[in-house]
Design a protein around this ligand. Structure first.
Ligand code: NAP
Length: 285
């Protein structure tokens, strides 16, 4: 029977640790605060911003959501990010992506200061993700690996097929998997025979953004599948990149929803607490 790798338990473990740490912070007079900049125009981003508020409230974390119009100027965005960078009461900064067309491609994520960049999007943290040096690593690739390990699977020496080389998930995950000592095959839109590469894999990570990219007939019975895709269908269902029929064929598979996305939110807040520690090292000695 296929193991369905739900993330609730792993996420709750993360939240329990965070709640204790938030309490310890408050006893030292530190009130962990996350500032989120939402540029209007993308309904999914607005939904995620509100969802994070609910989590922050449960954890006792201050949550400052600044919503600006879709016509906001680049200068105004830079001013807000700069003000948060220099504000000692703000410990984490999140710029909700995607940005509207006039701001996309301006690399504004590099203006999120590295020590507060809980999404791991700034150049410094991207580089750290590649090299393994200390830094804030992006949450979704971390969630993919954490979920796999939570279910007892290991990566060292395994044949891993990674589908997708996007900047948010695929590329950072590629580097992290290398450091886990996996042998990684990276597939993308020009890969002619995805089934071949999945056929040789022990573990597959899929981060494409298209439902049914991995069909049931591409999945063999020994395969463990982590599906990072999130896609809303026309009838409002949330599905991943792997066809639902593949569920019964794999050894284990992560569900969508309730898999990688669930753990990603928890790890974002874990990154916030790492940022807090980084900014108040004295208080922890
Ligand atoms: P992205 O930047 O759009 O990259 C998509 C990748 O998929 C590209 O490398 C593309 O190849 C590849 N691709 C497209 N069609 C393909 C095909 N038919 N076969 C094989 N590869 C194909 O995407 P992203 O931002 O990394 O996000 C990937 C997915 O993760 C999306 O579904 C997104 O919603 C989801 N996501 C989930 C979370 C979470 O919390 N769970 C967070 C962030 C993102 P080329 O490079 O050749 O174009």
């Amino acid at each position: 029977m296929t193991v369905i790798m739900k993330a609730r338990e792993a996420a709750d473990e993360v939240y329990r640790k965070i709640a204790l740490e938030v309490e310890a912070c408050k006893q030292k007079g530190i009130y962990p605060t996350l500032a989120v900049l939402l540029v209007e125009g993308d309904p999914a981003s607005a939904y995620y911003a509100q969802a994070k508020r609910k989590v922050a409230e449960k954890l006792g974390i201050n949550y400052e959501l600044r919503t600006v119009s879709a016509q906001v100027s680049e200068e105004e965005v830079l001013n807000i990010l700069e003000a948060w960078k220099t504000d000692p009461t703000v410990h984490g900064i999140l710029l909700e992506l995607p940005l509207p067309p006039h701001l996309a491609g301006r690399h504004l994520e590099n203006e999120v200061c590295a020590e507060k960049d809980i999404d791991g999007v700034n150049h410094y943290n991207q580089q750290a993700t590649i090299t393994g040096e200390p830094g804030l690593y992006p949450a979704t690739p971390q969630a993919c690996i954490r979920l796999l390990k939570h279910y007892g699977y290991t990566l060292e020496g395994k044949n891993v097929t990674l589908v997708g080389r996007g900047q948010t998930v695929g590329m950072p995950l590629f580097h992290m998997l290398q450091r886990e000592q996996a042998t990684v095959t990276l597939c993308h839109s020009r890969t002619p025979d995805l089934a071949f590469h999945l056929g040789h894999a022990d573990i597959a990570f899929v981060a494409v953004g298209r439902p049914n990219t991995v069909r049931a007939d591409m999945v063999h019975p020994g395969l463990v599948v982590i599906d990072a895709g999130i896609h809303e269908t026309e009838d409002g269902r949330i599905v991943g990149d792997v066809a639902p029929e593949a569920r019964d064929r794999a050894t284990a598979i992560s569900p969508v929803p309730g898999g990688v996305g669930t753990l990603t939110t928890a790890i974002l807040f874990e990154n916030l607490m790492q940022a807090v520690r980084g900014q108040f090292e004295e208080a922890w000695r």
